[in-house]
Design a protein around this ligand. Structure first.
Ligand code: FRU
Length: 492
């Protein structure tokens, strides 16, 4: 048997469970110096099945310690996605000695004597830093017989109105509820029936506030909505976001209903939400997503385990000529796994004369900056000895960046997998900056400081070993190129 975390395609610096199936991140909360990560987990198989909450903790968001399963299915059904909060003031009455953790999740079963799915919201609480959990005897705390897709509660404390707020996915909309105590919920408003993308069922919302351009005096609210797979659309499942205002009751979208904002332009970032209760002195809004896609998640070619999470990313808002947009940056804690690096400066890549560099490690971070010259398309190829490759290309005229995985490696498991992933991107002072993270079966590309992001699975049969810079019909300057070896987070 292959050693644990040394299996083919096993991600080395991304979170994955030791074995079996994982999907959405759940219940992310920071408490007593630990980041908790729960996740949709099927402990008896490598495909989706009766859902439990798996559990891991971290001090730095990069290195994870696995803990026993936190929540098991019960008389109300399986444990679908949800969130966790610190109940600082014991509003719930669950805690006698100081604050504790409350998980708010979807109990999923069927209506009695029926095949119709039933989804209701339930609570569990922990007085020992999430190590053990007690289900609330009054479960479920929120249900609605008229709505079938009724799930994925994300809860936060709204200071101004002194209430808990829940955003819940309700078919093709998000419904907002409020509560004084996490147990009694009241309808507040509904958003989204006509707004954004309705290419699939709405799932896994999140709602939080961020300053624009770092200015604490200008605050906007961000609403995440993941939309499920639909065979009419090649992209499969993906996540959109809205920007607007929230007064404790109603979310107001500041864009037109027709505006669709995608959070990631790669195929493999789904159901992500942000951490709750990160301390004010830290102040970050940190996000993690499930690095897969419902279109083929159950088929990806890994054997003993399935799926990993994205790298943790700090979210921020920036204003642009098109409006306020989301920016994602890998958290600086990634520095703890950076090893040796090689740097190059002021290279000129001549027209149709590709230049290659040895990757010296299969786990790599690439930082580089292209400076536009006469070229009409340029980019970087990651390539293995077997000639499998992932191509990142910028088209100058179309102002389009793409990540092409059509020949990246094993594609055999799904017709939907080979793909050229595209996004519009303008140069900044004639420059394109790229930060690329390459793990055993994924690549994450952050363009122009995280304004455009691609998260993409790849399954190369041999690790990529060289980087090729190319330029077509004209030259390009590479003002800097830095290759940094990354360490595995497992097995030390
Ligand atoms: C999203 C999702 C959620 C649901 C969970 C079930 O990927 O479909 O809506 O709670 O997965 O595992």
């Amino acid at each position: 048997m292959t050693q644990l975390y040394k299996e083919k395609y096993r991600q080395q610096f991304h979170f994955s469970p030791e074995e079996k199936w994982m999907n959405d991140p759940n219940g992310m909360v920071f408490f007593n110096n630990e980041y908790h990560l729960f996740y949709q987990y099927h402990p008896f198989g490598t495909t989706w099945g009766p859902m439990h909450w798996g559990h891991a903790v971290s001090k730095d968001l990069i290195h994870w310690e696995h803990l026993p399963i936190a929540l098991y299915p019960d008389e109300h059904g399986a444990i679908f996605s949800g969130s966790a909060v610190v109940d600082w003031n014991n509003t719930s009455g669950f805690f006698q000695n100081g604050p504790g953790l409350v998980a708010i999740y979807t109990s999923a079963d069927n209506y009695p004597d029926s095949e119709r799915p039933r989804q209701r919201q339930s609570l569990a609480y922990s007085t020992d830093n999430g190590r053990t959990w007690t289900k609330y005897e009054g479960n479920p705390v929120l249900s609605d017989v008229n709505i079938t897709d009724y799930r994925d509660p994300k809860v936060f404390w709204h200071e101004e109105t002194n209430k808990w707020v829940m955003v819940l996915a309700t078919g093709q909309s998000i419904t907002i509820y409020t509560s004084p105590n996490l147990k009694d919920w009241e309808f507040a408003s509904e958003f989204g029936d006509n707004a954004g993308s309705h290419d699939g069922v709405w799932e896994c919302p999140d709602l939080f506030q961020l300053p624009v351009d770092g200015d604490e005096n200008i605050q906007k609210w961000v609403l995440f909505v993941s939309i499920g797979d639909n065979h009419d659309f090649k992209e499969g499942s993906r996540t959109q976001y809205f920007i607007g205002d929230f007064d404790g009751t109603t979310f107001v979208n500041e864009n037109t209903d027709e505006t669709i904002l995608w959070m990631d332009h790669g195929r493999d970032n789904y159901a992500g939400v942000s951490w709750s209760d990160i301390l004010a002195e830290d102040g970050r809004r940190i996000y993690i997503g499930w690095m897969s896609n419902w279109r083929y998640a159950n088929q990806v070619p890994t054997e003993d385990w399935r799926s990993a999470m994205t790298l943790p990313r700090e979210l921020s808002l920036t204003s642009s000529e098109d409006g306020v947009r989301l920016v994602q940056k890998v958290v600086p804690e990634i520095n703890s796994i950076r090893k040796g690096s090689q740097g190059y400066q002021n290279l000129t890549i001549e027209s149709n004369q590709p230049t290659s560099f040895n990757m010296f490690s299969p786990l790599m971070e690439v930082n580089m900056e292209f400076e536009k010259q006469t070229s009409n398309s340029f980019g970087i190829v990651l390539q293995s000895s077997e000639d499998e490759k992932t191509v990142i290309r910028y088209d100058v005229e179309k102002e389009l960046i793409s990540v092409d995985r059509t020949n990246a490696g094993d594609n055999s498991f799904s017709e939907s997998f080979p793909a050229v992933q595209n996004a519009s991107l303008k140069t900044k002072n004639d420059r394109i900056k790229l930060q690329i993270f390459i793990d055993a079966s994924s690549i994450e590309v952050f363009a122009n400081d995280g304004k455009v992001v691609f998260t993409s699975l790849i399954f190369p049969n041999q690790p990529y070993e060289k980087i090729v810079l190319f330029s077509n019909e004209g030259n390009i300057r590479v003002s800097s190129l830095k290759l940094t070896e990354l360490d595995s987070i497992w097995g030390k």
